[in-house]
Ligand binder design. Structure first.
Ligand SMILES: [Zn+2]
Ligand SMILES: [Zn+2]
Length: 149
C-alpha cells in the first residue's frame, strides 16, 4: 500500500510544538500546546481573551486564568513576546526578532522587520545614546490605516 500524503505541504510546515515547549524547559500540557499552536498559526498578536475565545470555538474550553498564565510563562521563557498597547496586552510568537507599531485607537499590532528599521534605530542611538535591547525591539504608537481615515 502506498501512503500518499494529501497535506504533505501542510504537514511539513507544521513545527513540532511539543519539542519547542520542551526546548524551553516547559512541560507539555494540553493548554500550553493548544495555546502555542493557535498563536503560531494566527501569525498575529492576540490578547488572552482572543486566545480563549478561539480555543473555545475549537471546543477547547480553557479558562482565562489558565490561558493568561500560559501566555505569561511563554513570555518569561522567551517563547512569546508581549506587546503593550491600549486595551489588553497582546502576545505574539516569532523566532524572528521584529519591531512593533501599535494603533492607539484600535490596538492593532503590526510587525516591522528589523532590517527595514536599521537606519532609524542607528539614528535613535545617535540622538539619545539608547541602544536597542536584547530583542532589539522598537515600539511605536500611532494610528493605523483603518483608524486614520
Ligand atoms: Zn511581535
Ligand atoms: Zn487602528
Amino acid at each position: 500500500m502506498t501512503m500518499t500524503q494529501p497535506s504533505a505541504q501542510h504537514g511539513a510546515a507544521t513545527p513540532d510544538h511539543s519539542a519547542l515547549l520542551r526546548r524551553h524547559g516547559l512541560r507539555c500540557t494540553a493548554s500550553r500546546l493548544c495555546t502555542l499552536r493557535l498563536l503560531s498559526a494566527s501569525g498575529q498578536h492576540v490578547s488572552t481573551a482572543e486566545v480563549c475565545a478561539q480555543l473555545q470555538g475549537m471546543g477547547l474550553p480553557f479558562d482565562q486564568a489558565t490561558v493568561y498564565r500560559t501566555l505569561e510563562i511563554f513570555t518569561e521563557v522567551g517563547l512569546a513576546h508581549a506587546v503593550l498597547g491600549p486595551g489588553p496586552k497582546r502576545y505574539g510568537v516569532s523566532s524572528v526578532p521584529h519591531h512593533h507599531v501599535v494603533c492607539e485607537e484600535c490596538g492593532r499590532v503590526q510587525d516591522v522587520a528589523i532590517a527595514q528599521m536599521s537606519e532609524a534605530v542607528e539614528r535613535i542611538t545617535e540622538l539619545t545614546g539608547l541602544h536597542a535591547g536584547a530583542g532589539g525591539s522598537l515600539l511605536l504608537y500611532g494610528r493605523c490605516s483603518r483608524c486614520s481615515t
